[in-house]
Ligand binder design. Structure first.
Ligand code: MEV
Length: 451
């Protein structure tokens, strides 16, 4: 039986939300409004003071502050997350500043091992401020589950048989997740395709499921598995795969930002970035690195939010290739005022309930820093960070190149590896960068000289 509120189960067509289904601004949980994301000079203070400043701006409680400060995942908790746990593997967590998204200031936790990423995101976000920051939109949180049917003599006929029973299929799937349905989610459409493979034609049934604030893999996989016998009955075939598709093309978020020419170095920089963008739109070799730059930001936030980074990456790259050739996920144009307009669209299969988000204490604290209401809001943050990150990389590439910024951070890492502490780190790194000789042996020599 189809539930009353779900009047239209889409049959055999793509579901695209109409304009009124797009929410228009980033929502924040009441009481955790970020006071400001424009914290200048955060990089100059020691990490523990930084955390205090972030806490003051986001109303983190003592427990959350401790979770972040002490990387608070216990071995016991880890042991419940994955198998054969022997320890914890830590990576740095930083905060990107200056983000203004749909008129709201947001501080962005980013977990990454790559130097320059957090600084670049903050820089990109700062340069978007004069143009009003990031403006986002999104589709509904609809994921696809695939059911592969093999051994059908009349695949095209079987396809129509599946579509004719779409409402029944949807009702049976919804019965598997009454909780999701009670939150307004559940099946919103059934598609069926005949796919020609080297082992002959197969019918592939797509179950389109509104997953609300869940990433949705568990929900849609359970539905797909439960439906398999019914699909076999309808088609007379044999079902093998029953699994989510990470090409989440029905669950996308988009962001747009105007970077004022005078903020980013003048009209030449605008033109240069448009040229770099044009190449990434047409050449897969450049598009791969362009998109890697986007994912530097997107993956770091996804990780910090305790979400599945591989799902997001599989979604992004397959979406980039959806037209048959691999393309950039963002585009830059010059508007009539001579300013740079960046746009990005990405699948965002993320959740704010379920998975590690609820289990990992640091992920929970990070969600509090973000202060967002829903998975949809997290998706909008991801695309905004992706655009900021991408813009910052392109600006550096179009002007001085990325190595100078990269090298000074690399030099700090090398200084630490050589045993530098406190003020020594900056001093040794600066000397090595000036000499253009950055290696552990040289850092050790410099440290010896200092002593
Ligand atoms: C490095 O991690 C990312 C960049 O290569 C991205 C790009 O080339 O656009 C700088």
């Amino acid at each position: 039986m189809i539930l009353a509120h779900r009047k239209h189960v889409l049959v055999g067509i793509k579901f695209f939300p109409s304009a009124d289904e797009l929410s228009i601004s980033l929502g924040f949980v009441e009481g955790v409004l970020v006071k400001t994301s424009r914290i200048s000079g955060l990089y100059k203070v020691p990490p523990s003071d930084r955390l205090k400043i972030v806490a003051e701006n986001t109303s983190l409680n003592d427990e959350e502050i401790e979770a972040i400060g002490k990387s608070g995942l216990s071995l016991d908790q880890a042991d419940k997350m994955v198998e054969n746990v022997v320890g914890l593997f830590q990576i740095p967590l930083g905060i990107a500043t200056n983000f203004l998204i749909d008129g709201r200031e947001v501080l962005i936790p980013m977990a990454t091992e790559e130097p320059s990423v957090i600084a670049a995101a903050s820089n990109g976000a700062r340069m978007a401020l004069a143009g009003g920051g990031f403006v986002t939109s999104s589709s509904k949180p609809v994921m696809r589950a695939l059911i592969q049917v093999t051994g059908v003599d009349d695949p095209h006929g079987a396809r129509l048989s599946v579509l004719a029973r779409a409402e029944e299929i949807a009702a049976r799937a919804n019965e598997k997740d009454p909780m999701l349905v009670s939150y307004g989610g559940g099946v919103v459409g059934v598609e069926a395709n005949v796919v020609n493979t080297r082992k002959g034609p197969m019918v592939v049934v797509h179950l389109l499921v509104d997953c609300r604030d869940a990433m949705g893999a568990n929900a849609v996989n359970t539905m797909a598995e439960a439906l398999a016998p019914f699909i076999e009955e309808i088609t007379g075939g044999k079902v093998y795969l029953r699994i989510i598709s990470n090409l989440a093309d029905l669950r996308v978020a988009r962001a747009r930002a105007v970077f004022k020419a005078e903020e980013i170095g003048g009209p030449e920089v605008v033109d240069a970035i448009v040229l770099t963008s044009a190449l990434a739109e047409s050449d897969p070799y450049r598009a791969a690195t362009h998109n890697k730059g986007i994912m530097n930001g997107v993956t770091a936030v996804t990780m910090a939010a305790g979400n599945d980074t591989r799902a997001i990456e599989a979604g992004a790259h397959s979406y980039a290739a959806r037209g048959g050739a691999y393309r950039s996920l963002s585009i830059y144009e010059k508007n009539k005022d001579g300013d740079l307009v960046g746009s990005i669209e990405l699948p965002v299969a993320v959740g704010t309930v379920g998975g590690a988000t609820g289990v990992h204490p640091v992920a929970r604290a990070n969600m509090k820093i973000l202060g967002l209401k829903s998975a949809d809001d997290l998706g909008r943050v991801l695309v905004s960070v992706g655009l900021a990150q991408n813009f910052a990389a392109l600006r550096a590439l179009a002007t001085e190149g990325i190595q100078r910024g990269h090298m000074s951070l690399h030099a700090k890492n090398v200084a630490v590896q050589a045993g530098a502490v406190g003020d020594q780190i900056e001093a040794v790194a600066a000397k090595m960068a000036a000499e253009k000789k950055i290696n552990v042996d040289r850092a050790k020599e410099l440290l010896r000289d200092m002593k």
